[in-house]
Design a protein around this ligand. Sequence first.
Ligand SMILES: *[C@@H]1O[C@H](CO)[C@@H](O)[C@H](O)[C@H]1NC(C)=O
Length: 213
Amino acid sequence: MKFTSLVPLTFLALTGASPCSQGPSDSTVTITPEQIIAIAPKSESCDGAVDFVSECGTAEQAAPAVSEAFTKYGLTNKAEQAAVLGLMAMESGEFRYNKNHWPEPGTVGKGTRNMQSVDFNKLYAASILEIADEFAKVQDQPGPVLDLLLQDPVLDYGSGAWFLTTQCNETVRSGLQNNGEEGWKAFITGCVVTEADEARRGYWSSAVTALGA
Ligand SMILES: *[C@@H]1O[C@H](CO)[C@@H](O)[C@H](O)[C@H]1NC(C)=O
C-alpha cells in the first residue's frame, strides 16, 4: 500500500510548497543548454569527440546537473556562476573530459568537470552524505574516489560550485560578485591558484555574456 499513500503525500508536498509564490523560488537556479553551448561550443555534440569518448558530456547533460548543483550550494549570484562555469569549461576541455590525461598519462584521481586535484576530490567526496558508506571503503584510493564522484552527474558537474563555496573565502567571493575582471583574477590566482591567462579569461568572458552577469 506504499504507492497509494505516496500519491497524496507528493501532492501535499507540491501544493504546500508554494501557496504564496509563483513557480520556483529565487534560490532555484536554472542554467540552460543554450547558455552552456555559448560558453563551451564543443558541448553542443559529442559527435566530434575522438579520444576518451566515454567521458564526453553534452550541454543537454550538463545543464540540469549544473543547475541542481548551483541550487544545492546556493550559488545564485550570476557573476560567481560565470566564474565557476568558465573554469569548468576550460578545465574539462568544454566538457569533453572528466579525468586528467595530460601531461600523459595524467594523474589518477584528478578529475570531475572542475578537474580537481586528488586532495580536493577527497575533501569533496567526504562532504557528501549520500556516498558516505562507499567513500569510507575507498577514501585512500584516489582512482576509486574519483569514480565515486563521477557516478552521479550532479557530483561530477557540481565540483566547481562546491569548490567556490567551501574552499574560497568571503573576500574572494565578494570580489567575484562586485569587482568584475579584478575579482575574477583574484579568484583564479588566489583561490584556484593558477594563471589568469587569455584562454581562461576567454571562457570566463563568454560565461559573463551568456549568463548576463
Ligand atoms: C582570502 O583568500 C585570498 C586568496 O587565497 C587571500 O589572499 C586573502 O588573504 C584571504 N583573505 C582573508 C581575509 O582571509
